[in-house]
Design a protein around this ligand. Structure first.
Ligand SMILES: Cc1ncc(C[n+]2csc(CCOP(=O)(O)OP(=O)(O)O)c2C)c(N)n1
Ligand code: SF4
Length: 282
């Protein structure tokens, strides 16, 4: 029986009240609900406050460069298709520095889950506008207002007909846990864009701001792409949560057979070959 304690309990470097605390709790809860043991999971992150999340989980972790969680996660999944691979980083990391990798993951449909902590700001570097910051929003680095249009990750993922596209909110923990479970269980690429208040540097998108707007649409059919597209464009007045879009298609790993017939982690190097190589340098 797996329990929350199996994933450890660590002191964090996060501000009190940060949305990251409840997301971490929901991740642990989701792993327990799925009865996944720590050794079965590999968390991959980049750089940032959100990217520290896997440091506070007792499981396998690979910490990549800023924006580079997804290519590392892709390589890990290809080398070991049996592992549950979860990429976890901030909106800046995934949609800014890692924007091209995000698009590649949507196209490839590798069986990896991306948990994107979307606080609409660069938290670790103290409050510059991120790709999801609203146009006109004043930040510490843009005192006259952010001059760029906000990137819509859910809209882009739905437009690309990605495997599974969901949105959760750090302030609705049971619902967020459910979204993480569904995303990990989806056979293909899954995105959970998680609304995560940054209490220190984003004074607009607060817990109260989200609570006023977040809702779970009734009678939404995630297989209906037109409906999903329309939902993905809703924001200021009402922010839809839940599985916005879901499709079933072949995964990247299914379409890319291993040349040896076995994934890398099953391939053992031939000692005789290794000795030949080494002796050629002697
Ligand atoms: C290539 C590169 N560019 C910039 C930085 C500096 N940097 C580190 S974290 C960060 C922003 C992190 O923001 P986000 O990914 O949204 O995560 P948060 O801290 O808000 O959770 C930046 C710009 C870096 N480390 N590497
Ligand atoms: S700066 Fe923002 S994102 Fe970082 S720990 Fe503090 S509240 Fe969280």
């Amino acid at each position: 029986m797996v329990s929350m304690e199996d994933f450890g309990s660590f002191e964090t470097a996060w501000c009190p009240g940060c949305g990251n605390h409840s997301i971490l709790k929901c991740v642990k809860e989701a792993l327990v609900q799925m009865e996944l043991e720590p050794h079965q999971c590999i968390f991959v992150s980049g750089i940032g406050q959100a990217a520290k999340s896997p440091h506070y989980l007792r499981t396998n972790v690979y910490n990549g460069l800023h924006g580079r969680a997804l290519p590392a996660a892709t390589g890990i999944k290809l080398a070991n298709p049996q592992a549950v691979v979860i990429a976890q980083s901030g909106d800046g990391c995934n949609y800014g520095e890692g924007g091209n990798h995000f698009l590649a993951a949507l196209r490839r449909n590798i069986n990896v889950t991306l948990l994107a902590h979307d606080n609409q700001i660069y938290g670790l570097t103290k409050g510059q506008a991120s790709p999801t910051t609203a146009r006109g929003q004043k930040t510490k680095a843009q005192p006259a207002g952010n001059p760029s249009e906000a990137f819509n990750p859910v809209g882009v993922a739905v437009a690309m007909q990605a495997g599974m596209v969901a949105r959760g909110f750090a302030g609705m923990q049971d619902h967020l846990t459910e979204m993480i479970v569904k995303a990990v269980q989806h056979p293909g690429f899954s995105l959970v864009d998680i609304l995560q208040p940054c209490v220190s540097f984003n004074k607009v998108n607060t817990f109260a701001w989200y609570k006023e707007r977040c809702y779970i649409p009734e009678d939404h059919d995630p297989q209906n792409w037109e409906q999903a597209m329309a939902l993905s464009r809703q924001w200021d007045e009402g922010i839809p949560l839940g599985v916005i879009y879901q499709s079933h298609k072949p995964t990247f790993e299914e379409s890319l057979p291993h040349p040896t017939g076995e994934p890398l982690f099953n391939n053992r190097p031939s000692i005789q070959k290794l000795n030949e190589v080494m002796s050629s340098f002697a």
